[in-house]
Write a protein that binds this ligand. Structure first.
Ligand code: RIB
Length: 309
C-alpha cells in the first residue's frame, strides 16, 4: 500500500526570468527566457510526494482567475486528489516572481493571494482525511494559525506531522514543537532562532537551540552541504550529492516531500534523509518547480549509480 500523504499549503504560478544578477533599487536589468511554471511550496511538495509513490491529497486555495484552473489541472495530472482545492472568489491565485542567476540560484518574491485564506475551517473540512493519513506536510506560505491548528489535529491522532519552515518567518516557539519533524533551511533557521548559519559548527549551534526550544526532530537543510539531523542527544550530518544545478527552485520542496514519503513508509530517519538529499539534488537538474520534481525510479537509479561509483 502506498503511504497516504496530505499536504496543506500554497499553490502558486511561478513567473521566472533568468538574469545575470538582481536589479538594484531604481535599476532595470535585462533578463531572458520568461517562463511560467506551476509552483508554490505546498503544491510542489504534493507533486513530489505523488511522483515518489504516495497517494497524495492537496488542501489549499487558488483564485477564480486565469491561473487557478491550470494550477489545479496540473495537480490532477500528477494523480493528486484535489477535492479540497478551493477556487476562492475573493482572492487572486498565489503568484511568485522568480529570478534565476547563472549559477542556477534563485530569488523569489511571493504574493500568496488565495493561500492567505486557507483557514482552520478548511482544516476542519478535511478532519477525516488527516485522521486517515500516514503523514501531514505543511509549510509557512499559509497562515501560521492554520498550520498550528492542523498540526494539533494530526498530533491528536498520532499522524506523522512534518513542517517545512519555509519561507523564512518568525513564529511562536510553541508552533515549532507541534510537529514530529521541523525542516527549515539556513535562512529560515536564522529567522527562527537568530543564529546565522555559515558552516557546520554554526548549523550545530542552531540545531542545539531548536532542541532547547522543544523541537523533537530537526532536519536542517544546508543546500550543497546536505542536511543536519538533530534529536535529543544526537546530531548527524548527511552530506549532499554533488551535481551541476541549472535551477535550484523547489529543491527544498523535493527534499521535504521525499523525507515525508520515506518516513511515512516507516524508513529510519538516516535512510530517509539520504533519499531526500538525492531527490533534492535531482530536482536542481531541470528548470521550474513542479516540472523538476523527480520520480521514485529516478531517485532510486541516482542512488544506485552513486553507490556503484
Ligand atoms: O520553494 C519554491 C517555491 O517557493 C516556488 O515554487 C514559489 O512558488 C515559492 O512558493
Amino acid at each position: 500500500m502506498p503511504p497516504r500523504i496530505v499536504v496543506i499549503g500554497s499553490i502558486n504560478m511561478d513567473i521566472v526570468i533568468h538574469a545575470e544578477r538582481l536589479p538594484r533599487e531604481g535599476e532595470t536589468v535585462i533578463g531572458s527566457d520568461l517562463r511560467f511554471f506551476p509552483g508554490g511550496k505546498g503544491a510542489n511538495q504534493a507533486v513530489a510526494a505523488a511522483r515518489l509513490g504516495a497517494e497524495t491529497f492537496m488542501v489549499g486555495r487558488v483564485g477564480k482567475d486565469s491561473f487557478g484552473e491550470p494550477l489545479r489541472l496540473g495537480l490532477l495530472q500528477n494523480g493528486i486528489k484535489c477535492d479540497h482545492v478551493i477556487a476562492d472568489e475573493n482572492a487572486a491565485s498565489g503568484t511568485a516572481l522568480i529570478i534565476i542567476n547563472p549559477q542556477g540560484n534563485n530569488s523569489i518574491l511571493v504574493a500568496p493571494g488565495a493561500s492567505l485564506n486557507v483557514s482552520p475551517a478548511d482544516v476542519d473540512s478535511v478532519a477525516e482525511l488527516i485522521r486517515q493519513a500516514d503523514a501531514l506536510l505543511m509549510q509557512f506560505e499559509i497562515p501560521l494559525d492554520t498550520v498550528a491548528y492542523a498540526a494539533e489535529q494530526a498530533q491528536a491522532h498520532g499522524v506523522l506531522t512534518i513542517i517545512d519552515a519555509g519561507p523564512a518567518k518568525k513564529c511562536p516557539p510553541d508552533l515549532l514543537t507541534k510537529a514530529d519533524v521541523l525542516s527549515p533551511n539556513e535562512t529560515e533557521a536564522e529567522a527562527l532562532v537568530g543564529i546565522p548559519i555559515t558552516d557546520l559548527p554554526s548549523a550545530e549551534e542552531a540545531a542545539r537551540k531548536f532542541l532547547e526550544l522543544g523541537v523533537k526532530n530537526l532536519v536542517l537543510k544546508l543546500g550543497d552541504k546536505g542536511c543536519l539531523v538533530a534529536q535529543e542527544g544526537y546530531i548527524f550530518h548527511c552530506p549532499a550529492f554533488r551535481v551541476s544545478p541549472v535551477d535550484t527552485t523547489a529543491a527544498g520542496d523535493a527534499f521535504t516531500a521525499a523525507l515525508g514519503v520515506e518516513m511515512a513508509k516507516g524508513e529510519p530517519l538516516e535512510r530517509a534523509v539520504r533519499f531526500a538529499n538525492a531527490a533534492g539534488a535531482l530536482s536542481t537538474l531541470k528548470p521550474g518547480a513542479q516540472p523538476s520534481m523527480p520520480t521514485r525510479e529516478a531517485v532510486l537509479d541516482f542512488l544506485r549509480e552513486r553507490d556503484a561509483g
